[in-house]
Write a protein of this length. Structure first.
Length: 371
């Protein structure tokens, strides 16, 4: 098995970490799986993505972007934008668009320092040097409207849509009522083009009383986002005390926060007007009690054929990976994959060889799950 693992890693261009003891096999619906550490000693890691030439990029919330080479060595990439490393803010998501092999473009979301001492979620792009040591021609493509203080609820993921437009997810920054205000970015998913311009088919483009980059609104704190096989954007967001949600985003739709919720305030009191209201979307799935969901992905590899098309979500609170089956526009949790390695899962991705890789915040390690 160890020899097979080494061969698989060599095939798609990433070196296994030598000398790391293999965990006992964990039973799952796909059969017994093992977990192996691939990158260790990370400081509050937030996101990662695979490089087509082998290796990967990993963000640390304090502001470091690591280029991990196929042999396991790593270098801190220079040229990363300044981040507001406070509370839940800092350097957040990293995504490589589909044309990365030609453009070398890297997309980053982060908490950007703003005038007046505040910070807002921002999206930047840069060009990764051929040796992976520097980010050049860095441009801010989107910046949350200024005026937000504190260190809560920045989101944030960036996902390239099927048409090449970029979806950026944001939290309400602890100011729940602003999630319903179409003149603010709090609690929104926005959609912009690769040059930062606003697509003309955005739902509020050309509308005087709304920001044109908004795609959907009424979100609390979206920390996971992924496209399904049909190109539909699904998001995963933190509720309060209960009421974490999976939502299939619909153009121009209102997801209700803080008017409706399946959770309660932390002091136990009711949130808003209840669990449903005309004109507001119901979640595709919700968790109560809260699991503090973070990174999300739709599995599209070959290693686990029974899991094809399933949504995988990392849980920060109960230390497991949630597997959900999709039925039309609803989702149902059907399995919890739990092992010592799945403590506080922040991000999760399908690897080129079909294995599943995920970041554990609690021990600062990137793990590989495989049969």
């Amino acid at each position: 098995m160890k020899r097979l693992f080494t061969i698989l890693c060599a095939i798609w261009g990433f070196g296994a970490v030598s000398g790391v003891p293999q965990a006992q096999a964990q039973e799952t619906s796909a059969g017994p799986v093992t977990f192996s550490a691939q990158v260790q000693d990370l400081d509050t890691p937030w996101a990662f993505d695979f490089l087509p030439e082998g290796g990967l990029l990993i963000t640390e919330r304090a502001g470091t972007l690591w280029h991990v080479k196929p042999d396991g060595s790593r270098v801190a990439v220079t040229g990363v934008p300044e981040v507001a490393d406070s509370g839940q803010g800092g350097l957040l998501d990293v995504t490589l668009p589909r044309d990365f092999a030609d453009s070398r473009t890297v997309l980053l979301t982060y908490a950007k320092p703003q005038d007046g001492g505040g910070a807002g979620t921002a999206l930047a792009s840069g060009v990764l040097s051929t040796d992976g040591s520097s980010l050049n021609d860095v441009q801010v493509l989107f910046e949350m409207k200024p005026g937000n203080q504190g260190g809560r609820h920045f989101g944030s993921r960036v996902v390239e849509g099927a048409d090449g437009a970029l979806f950026v997810t944001m939290g309400d920054r602890g100011q729940g009522p602003l999630a319903q205000d179409l003149n603010q970015h709090n609690g929104k998913v926005v959609r912009v083009m690769r040059d930062g311009s606003v697509p003309s088919d955005n739902p509020f483009a050309g509308q005087a009383d709304a920001l044109p980059d908004i795609w959907s609104f009424g979100h609390r704190n979206v920390q996971g986002a992924a496209l399904d096989a049909d190109g539909r954007l699904w998001v995963v967001e933190h509720g309060a005390k209960g009421g974490d949600e999976v939502n299939l985003t619909v153009k121009g739709a209102n997801y209700g926060w803080p008017v409706i919720s399946y959770g309660r305030n932390y002091n136990g009191t009711k949130i808003g007007e209840g669990t449903e209201k005309d004109g507001m979307q119901q979640p595709a799935h919700y968790w109560d009690p809260s699991i503090a969901p973070s990174g999300a992905m739709f599995y599209d590899g070959d290693m686990f054929p029974d899991w094809q098309g399933n949504l995988f979500v990392g849980a920060l609170k109960f230390n497991y990976i949630s597997r959900l089956q999709i039925d039309g526009d609803t989702a149902q949790e059907v399995e919890q994959i739990k092992a010592p390695e799945t403590a506080r899962v922040r991000d999760i991705q399908t690897a080129p060889d079909g294995s599943i890789w995920f970041l554990s915040v609690i021990d600062g390690t990137l793990y590989r799950m495989a049969l």
